[in-house]
Design a protein around this ligand. Structure first.
Ligand SMILES: [Mg+2]
Length: 193
């Protein structure tokens, strides 16, 4: 059966955390330590990083072409191509700022994902897009987005594991499936890996 897959970009398809972390390290001299990123808003958990600096670096990084050159998460590009090869539809639904649109398209072109996929820059709640395009399966990593789309849609939701979303497991209900990498996600979905 053909399914519609909704896929988040940062933290699911691309290694945004590393990209921004190295930028902050460059600009502010605060070393990037992935194990320190236990909160979605880094200034809540990174020593010496103020909210103002975090927000400024976030936009500087994006406006300076940061989204153009992010590395993919291991297996993400190949995984998306496998989903497409099995006849499913893929829609990227991202909360990136609007100014990232061109860099995002160029990056998808470079990875060969431009012609067979759809790209949506969500404003606010991703549920609207999930319902509008009848998305069957959605994978995200944001601890804010996941509860929202679980409550507001009937899609099967997956959470790509990051330290900053682990606390979602404190809720005992079977409300999303946590996966630790792309192989695991594809196996759960019965996509040939
Ligand atoms: Mg994300």
């Amino acid at each position: 059966m053909k399914k519609v897959y909704g896929i988040d970009l940062d933290g699911v398809t691309f290694r945004f955390k590393r990209g921004l972390g190295l930028h902050i390290e460059d600009v502010l001299g605060i070393p990037f330590r992935e194990e320190e990123i236990t909160h979605y808003y880094w200034h809540e958990c990174v020593d010496g990083l103020s909210k103002e600096d975090f927000n400024r670096c976030f936009h500087e990084f994006g406006e300076g072409g940061g989204y153009r050159d992010l590395d993919p998460l291991p297996g993400s590009i190949e995984g998306i191509k496998k989903i497409l090869a099995e006849g499913h539809e893929v829609r990227f639904i991202t909360s990136r700022p609007k100014y990232a649109y061109r860099d995002t398209v160029e990056c998808l072109v470079e990875h060969g994902l431009d012609t067979n996929t759809y790209l949506h820059f969500a404003e606010g709640d991703k549920s609207v897009y999930i319902k509008r395009y009848n998305v069957d399966v959605f994978i995200d990593d944001s601890p804010y987005t996941i509860p929202e789309i679980v409550s507001n849609t009937r899609a099967q939701i997956y959470c790509m594991d990051h330290l900053f979303n682990r606390h979602l497991d404190d809720n005992d209900d079977e409300w999303f499936r946590r996966v630790y990498n792309w192989d695991e996600f594809l196996k759960e979905e019965g996509i040939n890996v």
